[in-house]
Write a new protein. Structure first.
Ligand code: ATP
Ligand code: MG
Length: 412
């Protein structure tokens, strides 16, 4: 698990505030759910046979002998909350969430055990244009953040019946090719055969070129629905590629499934994953409710955007750096800091009591344009010396603290 140090948080804050603004404009409202849920929620919601539930969850027994799990994803929790609070009776719900998720995976670049997602869930919307709308919100957000090399891949997983039929076909094909499959895929045949399509093993991928396809197993209605989604994306001018092998890692998806990848990421190329999950709400005990959603992994976005980090850090420099030495001067400096902050300035105080030269060095390093300096003499007169740190030609000014703040506000 990873600490986010102060040098990293400005970029995170910028990502989060851009996302919040996009959600606001799309009339998508925030929901916050607990990090801890009953294990059963994920076992039932995500599916026992998935990697997430089978081997990635942080599960423990609490002091009340209940099995608890740190959430590995957000959708099941959002759906639980929507059911529990009767939100679905109030009409369609357009919700977003964000925060840490936990999966026991092998850590590597872009893959952590505690990681962060932001996600959108549109509950109570069945039409194909809603799939395109959800995708457009993710696409526009990523584009606005400046993520390069984006590619949208989509597929249709069809209806539950389509998948049952296809599953049987695929299983007999996989069994016939059992010995040519990698060990992981062999294990999946009986538990989660569709997952084999998504195998990362190159030999298995090559072999699968000859496997029956989901597309061929879709019934007429599913085909029609998928073509409506594609038409809506075309109308929006959002480019996509069809990926007939795209299946998501969570069991609840049907019909539209999609991923947004970036060519600028290495092996962990998927930044956003999502799709339609019309059966989940009912499966978790709620009223039959169509739904579509997605999640973006923030760590991978941060990897993509870390070039921008320097500029964001520079923008975080204080407006004023306050230097003082001696007890009375320190009190005066403290008052100046407070007044400046109350007026809206970003003010950093040097509390070291070190020699002025040392404090000036730190002021310079802080990136501040202005310094205010107080020594014993200034304290006796209740003034500070305002110094421009970047232009030595500028005259210093001796001002009482209120006037110093006004002066800086006037100059921004
Ligand atoms: P992957 O195939 O990369 O494991 P996934 O299918 O498990 O992804 P989802 O459950 O759909 O991923 O999560 C959506 C997004 O969350 C992913 O596309 C990725 O950006 C991010 N994500 C998932 N697991 C991790 C992790 N362990 N560390 C960092 N980010 C992650
Ligand atoms: Mg995964």
């Amino acid at each position: 698990m990873v600490d986010l140090l102060p040098e990293h948080t400005p970029l995170w804050q910028q990502l989060e505030s851009t996302a919040r603004e996009h959600f606001r404009r799309a009339a998508i409202r925030e929901i916050r759910t607990p990090l801890l849920e009953a294990t059963e929620l994920f076992a039932r919601g995500i599916g026992e046979a998935t990697d997430v539930v089978g081997k990635e969850m942080y599960t423990f027994i609490d002091r009340g002998e209940r099995s608890c799990t740190l959430r590995p994803e957000g959708t099941a929790s959002v759906v639980r909350a929507a059911i529990q609070h009767g939100l679905l009776a109030q009409g369609p719900q357009r919700l977003w969430y964000g925060g840490p998720m936990f999966r026991y995976e092998r850590p590597q670049a872009g893959r952590q055990r505690q990681f962060h997602q932001i996600g959108v869930e549109l509950l109570g919307v069945a039409d194909a244009t809603s799939d395109a709308e959800a995708i457009a919100v993710a696409w526009d957000l990523l584009a606005d953040l400046g993520v390069g090399g984006l590619q949208l891949e989509i597929n249709s997983l069809g209806s539950a019946d389509d998948r049952l039929r296809y599953r049987a076909e695929l299983v007999s094909w996989l069994e016939a090719h059992h010995d040519q499959l990698d060990a992981d895929s062999q294990k999946c045949i009986s538990t989660n055969p569709l997952r084999v399509l998504d195998s990362k093993n190159a030999d298995t991928q090559a072999l699968l070129a000859g496997a029956p396809t989901l597309a061929a197993a879709l019934c007429g209605d599913s085909h029609e629905r998928f073509s409506q989604v594609r038409q809506a994306l075309e109308a929006l001018g959002i480019p996509f590629v069809l990926n007939p092998r795209l299946v998501r890692g969570l069991d609840y998806y049907g019909h539209t499934a999609f991923e947004i990848t970036s060519s600028q990421l290495g092996a962990q190329a998927t930044v956003c994953g999502g799709g339609r999950y019309d059966g989940l709400v009912e499966q978790l005990g709620g009223p039959a409710t169509a739904a579509v959603g997605w999640a973006i992994g923030l760590e991978r976005l941060v990897l993509l955007l870390s070039q921008a980090q320097g500029a964001i850090a520079a923008a975080a420099a204080p407006d004023l750096y306050v230097i003082s030495r001696g007890a009375a001067a320190e009190r005066l400096a403290l008052g100046l800091c407070r007044q400046g902050r109350q007026a809206g300035l970003v003010v950093e105080r040097d509390a070291s009591g070190a020699a002025f030269a040392k404090q000036f060095k730190r002021a310079d390093k802080s990136g501040a344009v202005w310094a205010a300096v107080a020594g014993e003499e200034e304290a006796a007169e209740a003034v500070v010396v305002l110094k421009h740190l970047r232009d030595p030609q500028r005259q210093d000014r001796r001002l009482p603290i209120g006037a110093a703040v006004q002066e800086l506000l006037g100059r921004e």
